[in-house]
Design a protein around this ligand. Structure first.
Ligand SMILES: [Zn+2]
Length: 163
């Protein structure tokens, strides 16, 4: 009698173990699917060793615009100091926000990428003088000499007291 209940007990244990293994396999598969979709959509989990690879392999590979009229891009973006600053800021924010699986990517797109793309790609923006055949990084807003002159020039004339 006790052997029979022992056999039943063993059968129940084996059955439960088999179900647990099945659940574990399903959970592992679900994790793999979620990880793959996050990697595809946001790039989370993909490490880019430097800004150049992030720009080439993620940003330029993911976002596109019809170039030439309203939108400009420069393949020599490294020669545009403003572009380097803006793209580096985008990469840093992307690294931080793409790890958030819920609102990170949406936040990054709306609050970081979209405003930067307007400045970078607009026909009056960072690459305004560039095309697929031409690279014109453009002049800085002011030169060092102009800035030095400005700093040496008094803003207001000195007002002397009247005697
Ligand atoms: Zn250029």
């Amino acid at each position: 009698m006790s052997d029979l209940s022992g056999e039943r007990w063993q059968a129940e244990v084996d059955s439960r173990l088999a179900r647990l293994e099945l659940w574990a396999d399903e959970a592992e598969l679900a994790d793999a699917v979620v990880g793959a979709s996050q990697s595809t959509a946001g790039g989370g989990g993909t490490d880019y060793p430097d800004l150049d690879s992030w720009v080439a392999d993620y940003m330029c590979a993911t976002f596109s615009r019809p170039l030439g009229g309203e939108f400009r891009w420069c393949s020599k973006w490294r020669e545009h100091r403003e572009a380097v600053v803006r793209l580096d800021a985008l990469w840093c924010s992307w690294k931080a926000l793409s790890r958030d699986p819920s609102l990170g990517l949406s936040t990054w797109l709306h609050n970081f990428l979209d405003p930067q793309l307007i400045v970078l790609l607009s026909s009056r923006g960072t690459f305004s003088g560039c095309s697929s055949e031409r690279n014109e990084p453009g002049a800085a807003l002011c030169s060092r000499d102009a800035l030095d002159h400005l700093l040496r020039t008094p803003v207001c004339p000195i007002v002397r007291p009247v005697n």
